[in-house]
Design a protein around this ligand. Structure first.
Ligand code: ADP
Ligand code: MG
Length: 273
């Protein structure tokens, strides 16, 4: 059987560029109740009915960890051939947003529950190993709804406090096809283990996509940009292509890449097609 060769480069005027991608995947944990409260996690309920005093951040409420969510994270870690840490710590990540009533997200920062692991991809050019940096547990935020009223934003707290696993890959991915294979592999592993339903339409699986480019053969990575909260594989692939080309153009003009967070405009990208 003849193997195809890896061939995803961006051809600039001045040479060939390699694309470097790292993903922060947010996977909703399959559990009956939330990470620190007894409210239901069921998708599709009427707004704001699955909200306890903890989820809505009433003063004096004490979060109590849901043992099942911890088990689910450990199961997922084992599925990623990863190191399970016996010691892990939750921290408060402070930020202000209307759909975050606490004013902070409870998340793991320095001591995640799962450490380094790896995932194997079957690509047409052979098997490729993608490193996992870590998996940590954190709370999901509520949902802001901007399109129900021209003047107001509505907030639905049903999602507030649901457990998320953030799975951070090493910058080992090199093409939109590898991202496609990686997301599908993660989803297969989690569905098999029953730790996440992987339903992207319902937002159970979404990702922040980090992209940089470098001249073919360069050892050093380029500066990365992060595209936040992309919820379909197709959009991830389009966002990567768009962002990598943008960076190559800047470099060819002798300009620098600023490390920044960018949003992917799905409507405009569609028009470009
Ligand atoms: P942050 O919270 O600042 O986004 P994380 O460590 O959570 O940092 O995630 C960084 C992500 O960016 C990882 O998935 C990593 O693989 C990826 N990454 C790091 N450096 C690069 C780079 N030069 N190009 C592309 N991706 C990168
Ligand atoms: Mg990030």
């Amino acid at each position: 059987m003849s193997k195809e060769k890896f061939d995803y480069f961006i051809n600039g005027e001045k040479g060939k560029y390699e694309v470097v991608i790292g993903l922060e995947v947010h996977a909703q944990v399959l559990s009956n109740s939330k990470l620190f409260s007894g409210s239901s996690t069921k998708f599709g309920a009427d707004p704001n009915i699955q909200v306890s005093l903890i989820d809505s951040a009433f003063p004096g409420m004490l979060p109590v960890i849901n043992e099942e969510c911890v088990k689910q994270a450990v199961r997922t870690g084992l599925g990623l051939n990863a190191k399970i840490n016996n010691y892990s710590v939750f921290d408060r990540k402070n930020y202000f947003y209307a759909d975050l009533p606490q004013g902070y997200q409870i998340s793991q920062y320095k001591n995640p529950i799962v450490g380094e692991g790896k995932v194997l991809l079957d690509m047409p050019y052979g098997s490729k190993e993608i490193g996992i940096e870590r998996l940590h547990l954190e709370q999901d935020a509520g949902k802001s709804i901007h399109d129900m009223d021209p003047l107001s934003t509505y907030v639905d707290l049903n999602r507030s406090g649901i457990a998320l696993m953030e799975i951070v890959s090493k910058p080992d991915l090199r093409s939109p096809d590898e991202v496609n294979a990686y997301i599908k592999k993660l989803r297969t592993i989690m569905r098999y283990l029953g730790t996440c339903d992987g339903n992207m339409q319902e937002g159970s699986l979404r990702a922040d996509v980090n992209v940089s480019v470098r001249r073919e053969g360069d050892k050093k990575f380029g500066t990365r940009c992060e595209i936040k909260n992309v919820n379909s594989i197709k959009f991830m692939q389009m966002a990567i292509e768009y962002e990598a080309n943008r960076q190559v153009e800047l470099l060819e003009e002798g300009k620098q890449i600023d490390q920044e967070t960018r949003l992917f405009d799905t409507k405009k990208m569609r028009q470009d097609q």
